[in-house]
Design a protein around this ligand. Structure first.
Ligand SMILES: [Mn+2]
Length: 462
């Protein structure tokens, strides 16, 4: 009888286990017996569709070499796809320059998937992070169909903050504890993570979890990229945040199994205000729907996964309804914002400051502070020219800087300077055109604004 090696098991209901095995081909089967990784199992039948019983388990164990040979031959049946040309020139050449790492990450995800190792995908809760997650989800669904696998070993979590925290690690460990796998669990982070706080959690995880980070935020000084198995960030490859994490994840999906990515890449570029964003109606619509769904879910503290988002994308009436409601809410919120904003001239440019409490979350569940600030700052810029827009929601300040001012202002260095000079600023981060900070002490708002204005004056008049 043909022999198979157990690669991974997961606890399933009714005292069953869900097993991934290697033989001539990889197979996934339920087992009523307790199978362990590296167990050698004999299976009969043409399609290996029965469940594993105690009598199938030989009592013999495969060696590490035999295991790796089994993995290699299982992977031989997988035909990877290729990097897809997007027809957006500077972006295509940037992706081309990163194609080596994109290929390595695709290979790594494919190997973990075929080995049945648990994979936790954590994606940022916006249109960019979500586009990337959807593309990889679709690629793995396609691969699963080809292998006659299922995708239940892939776990999806929408991530609210910009750090991979200790709490996230605790949660992921709990999910991984349902598995027993030769290959380590894989953590795949999309569109966040390059901050110091992640370093401590990732350091603690290393050894028991392999981590892949696909990010495009500037790498913070206290973040150590070398802790992860793969770290892909355009800033380390000679490019900027305009190459979105979603676009990179989409290309990884294309290499995994030729997934369709063009529209998702477009949505990620629009959602993140990339300079490569195209004026394409369908992509603009997708970007606003993805932003709306993730915003509304974050507002309810609920999780959404790619599967449920894809279901909405395929439900035309629902998709159209979310799009028009999101637009109506955003337009209303912007009009309210323009009425309440207090523009003033600083060093020859416009500084607009808005209290977000004038835009109640309860009235606009599809409108989020950060996303609102981005679009609001566009409107401010249209009306007043080069400008800096600050929208604060209690102690959280969201800041946007017009492109032509961003190099001179150097917002990220300005924030680190303010962090050093005061003791109430935490959690600075983002890009030089878009960043957010948190004030520990809400009474320091007035002082903060004064120092901020002085910094703007000294930098822009220099
Ligand atoms: Mn992003």
């Amino acid at each position: 009888m043909p022999k198979f090696i157990v690669s991974s098991t997961r606890n399933a209901p009714n005292n069953m286990q869900f097993c991934t095995l290697f033989g001539k081909v990889p197979v996934q089967l339920y087992s009523s017996a307790i199978a362990e990784p590296l167990d050698i199992v004999e299976l009969s039948g043409q399609d290996y569709s029965d469940s594993i019983k105690a009598s199938n388990i030989t009592g013999l164990k495969a060696t590490k070499e035999e295991y790796l040979k089994g993995l290699q031959s299982s992977l031989q049946g997988v035909k990877p796809g290729k990097i897809k040309k997007l027809g957006i020139n500077p972006l295509d050449s940037a992706i081309n320059a990163m194609s080596g790492k994109i290929g390595e990450i695709a290979e790594s995800i494919t190997a973990s998937f075929v080995a049945g190792a648990p994979i936790m995908f954590r994606f940022h809760n916006d249109g960019d992070g979500t586009s990337g997650a959807i593309a990889i989800y679709r690629a793995l669904e396609k691969l699963a169909k080809e292998l006659r696998f299922d995708t239940s070993n892939c776990l999806w979590t929408m991530n609210k903050g910009v750090a991979y925290t200790m709490q996230s690690l605790e949660y992921d460990r709990l999910r991984f504890s349902q598995y027993n796998s030769v290959m380590k669990p894989l953590l795949c982070i999309i569109d966040f993570g390059s901050v110091g706080e992640s370093s401590s959690a990732l350091k603690r995880a290393s050894g028991s979890i392999d981590a892949i980070l696909i990010d495009h935020h500037p790498v913070q000084e206290d973040f150590d990229p070398s802790i992860s198995k793969h770290y892909l960030n355009p800033w380390l490859e000679g490019f900027t945040s305009d190459v979105t994490a979603g676009a990179l994840a989409c290309e990884i999906a294309a290499v995994i199994s030729n997934a369709k990515i063009k529209e998702l890449v477009g949505a990620s570029l629009i959602s993140d205000h990339s300079e490569y964003a195209q004026d394409d109606k369908a992509q603009v619509k997708l970007a606003s729907v993805l932003d709306a769904i993730t915003t509304e879910a974050s507002y309810r503290s609920a999780n959404v996964n790619p599967k449920s988002i894809v279901a909405i994308m395929e439900d035309k009436p629902k998709y159209e309804r979310i799009f028009s409601e999101a637009n109506e809410q955003m337009e209303e919120a912007l009009a309210t914002g323009m009425r309440h904003a207090k523009p003033r001239k600083v060093a020859g440019i416009t500084l607009a400051v808005l209290d977000y409490s004038s835009i109640s979350d309860n009235r606009y569940p599809y409108v989020r502070h950060g996303r609102f600030t981005s679009i609001f700052s566009d409107r401010v810029e249209q009306k007043y020219g080069p400008s800096i827009t600050v929208v604060y929601n209690k102690s959280l300040y969201s800041i946007r800087v017009s492109k032509e001012l961003s190099e001179k202002l150097a917002l990220l260095s300005l924030i680190s300077k303010m962090k050093e000079e005061t003791d109430y600023i935490t959690n600075g981060g983002g890009h030089n055109e878009a960043a957010s900070i948190k004030l520990d002490d809400e009474f320091s708002a007035g002082e903060f604004t004064n120092i901020f204005i002085k910094e703007i004056e000294s930098r822009l008049s220099a």
